[in-house]
Structure formats: structure tokens, C-alpha cells
Design a protein around this ligand. Sequence first.
Ligand code: KIV
Ligand code: ZN
Length: 502
Amino acid sequence: MDKIIIFDTTLRDGEQAPGAALNQKEKLDIAFLLERLGVDVIEAGFPVSSPGDFEAVRGVAREIKKCAVCGLSRAIPKDIDAASQALKKARHPRIHVFLATSKIHMQYKLKKAEDEILRLAVKAIGYARNLCDDIEFSPEDASRTEKEFLYRVVEAVIKAGAKTVNIPDTVGYAEPKEFGELIKSLKDNVPNIQKAVISVHCHNDLGLAVANSLSAVQNGARQVECTINGIGERAGNASMEEIVMGLKVRRSSFGVKTFIHTKEIYKTSRMVSKLTGFVVAPNKAIVGLNAFRHESGIHQDGVLKKRSTYEIIKAEDVGFKVEGMVLGKHSGRHAFKERLKKLGFTLTGIEVDEAFEKFKLLADKKKEIFNDDITAIVQEDIEGKIPEVWSLDTFMISSGNRIQPTAKICLVSKRKIFEGVASGDGPVDACYKAIEKITRLKCQLLDYSLQSVTRGEDAQGKVALRLKAKGREFSGSASSTDIIEASIKAFLQAINKIEFKK
Ligand code: KIV
Ligand code: ZN
């Protein structure tokens, strides 16, 4: 089975993404992760572009032993010299020379004719070959280059000593069928093509970078240039994790393999995200937070019965350690029961039903239910074995910085509604005074704490309190997404304990 060379350009093209600048230490940290990941080539930077980039490439070249380390260069001696200098200590150095070949680039950017471009490309490869054995050449904007001219350039640079010819879709204009055909046409029209590895470098302006790269592989490309999380110039490059997992999961279709240690993918992705400050979208394939999570009850039920019903990749295979089931309003009883078991609760069927009902009510208020939410629900149920002499029906508070906080509370007891209104120092104090009025119990609050029990903007707040009444101490706790409601329920729990004692 043919091997696909994974050429990672996170530290070069990836770092070209606006706002993604990495310092030398950060580049080295990522390079170590890329080495662990098993990439074949690390393009560490563009040495001539700045002293910082020169040093960064030098540092990576010095430290990285298992991968080839590459430096980018325009087709001019000054750049090639800088790349060669920066790569001096590399065990496997590679210089990547590029020169635009499309009409639009030649005419407007370079102001040079075809023959001049051809001459410069050959000259640059000859120059680079004297400094480094492993030379890659990229005819920039290849996908928009006149085919006949592209064939001539590719043939000439291979003759001059380029070992890899990289075909960039620089502006992300190609579509998969056309790009695949371009690669095939190089094989059919460049007489010495078998002397070089065909590489591809696709940008994602139309969201087709991965599809174009895979189509190129199907048509004979054997190196893919890509970046972690797909970062790069403008809309980015082909995402390495998608390329690698695409080739792995659909191995029988592609008939090729990579030597990437896929279990290192997630860690590397997070590190790149952290150091560049580029957040990974939750729905991003392979490395997004939701990539392996199921929320719909039907999907969860299917996955619990047989994982492959809704999963084509195991989260562990890319180093993802998440709770695959997201409990939320679409979740079913099956998934809920499984989670209870995982959390160590052994409940009877009726208890599960009761807890599930509460879970569904909570899920209507809260996007995602975490383990702590479930624990809070079940523990409240256990506390709930104390008879509810008083329970909350409704509450209303008015509060503000220039008005006295006032609460109107309606409690239910023996199927009757009791109403109380009171003012206090704050909204919670007003609620407690209103409850005291209704229940005719005088309580002294000894302790009150409010804690967020779960994560997220819609986290549940847990109130735990202690109060003194009739010479004894009672505790109460409750959680809710509304902290006033949690405060009232915690207070009522303690009151019910007093009534129970009575
Ligand atoms: O997108 C591009 O064409 C490039 C080249 C330098 C390979 O990044
Ligand atoms: Zn690029």
C-alpha cells in the first residue's frame, strides 16, 4: 500500500493566518508535538521573512530529529541562502522554493513572461541543489496556470533536481474533479514525472481544501500539505486531521496509508488552538468538541446498543477523552439510566422514573446536563424523602439598587395555597421573611452559601444553608438554574425538616 507523505505547514502557512503569530518557543512546542504525531515533514517557517522566523526555523531544525524540517524560499539566492543557513543543523533538511506560474501572477505580480519564469525556476533549483539535497518546488497558483506551461515548468524543475513538485491551489479555486484531473494530467504529460513525488497544497476558500487534496491522492499525489485545525492564509489550508482520518477510515477506497499516530491528534489540535488563539468550532470534524457527542435520544439509544450505528470513528482513536453522550432535552431514558449507573447510583425503576422526570424539566431550562447536575437531582431526591409539608408554588421578587427588595411567595400545603409578602435587605432575605410569615416559623439563618455546581452560562447554582429554629439546627440544600429559586427551595427543605421533627 502506498504511503502518503504528510507535510505539515502549520508553522509556516498556518502561522500566516492573520492573528496567529507564534514565537520561537511556541513554534518549537508545536514542532515537538508534530514529531510525536509522526508527520514526515515540518515546514517550520520562511527564514528570510524575519529574524524571528529565521531563529524559529533554526531552533526546530536543531531539535527535531525524526522528521524532515523544511524552510520556505522564493526563487532567489538571498532566500535560498537564508533557508539553507537556518536548516544547517537539521538532520533531514528540505528547501521549498516557490515561484508563481499563472498568467495573472506572472503579468501583474511578477511582471515576467513565461520563458523568464521557467529560467528563474530552473536556476533557483540548481542553486538550491548545491546547498541541500532535498528540494521541493511549488509553481504558485498552479491550479490557475495554463496546463501546457505547467507541464513545461514541472518537467524542467525535476530535471534541475527537484525531488518533490508541489501543486498548490493557492487561492482555493479548484473543485475536486478538476483538481484530481490536473494531477492525473501531470502524470500523463510530464515525461520525467516518476522521478519526483507529486504533492498538493490546497487552500480552503470554497471549503474544498480537504476534498481537493483527497481527490489528488486518488489521482496519484503522494504528499499532502496540510495544517492542524486547517489554519492558514485566509480561509486556511487542508486540515491535517481530516486528511489523515479520511484516508484511514476510508482506506479501502483510497488504498493508501499514512504513519500518523492518530491518538496524538486531539492533543496537538488543542495546543495549536491555545498557542494561536484560534478557537476550534464545536462542530469541526475530528477535533471539534461535539465531533463525538450524541444528543438526540434516538442516536444515543442506537450508540448504546451498537456504537457503529452512529459513529464512524472512535473518539479514543484521535485521543479524544469525552463523555460521548451529551445529556440534554433530546436525551432518552436509556442514556439517562446508563449515566446514573456510571455515576454509581443504583435506583429502583420508580426512582429512575422520578429522577428522569426532574432531569427532563431541568433539560428544558439548561442546554447541557453535566454529571454534577444529575448528582444534584438524585441527591435532592434522597433528601426529598422528608415529607413536603410546604412546597413552592410561585414566587415574584422586585429588587433594585434604589428600591427595597420585596418578595411575594405562594406556598402549597395540604393542597391549599398560602401567600406571603415581605421586604428584606436583599431579595433572598425578603423571600425568607415571606416564608416565615406563611409558615409562622421564626428561623435564624446561621449559614448560607451559593455555589455553581456545573459549568457554562446556564450552570446550576446550589444553595446550602443552616438555620436555627425551636432551639435546634436544620440544614437545607437545593439547586436550580435560578439562584433565588434554589435559595427558596433550600430554605423550604430546612423548614420541612422542622415540621417533620414536630
Ligand atoms: O498557497 C501557496 O501557494 C503556498 C506556496 C508557497 C506553496 O503557500
Ligand atoms: Zn499556501
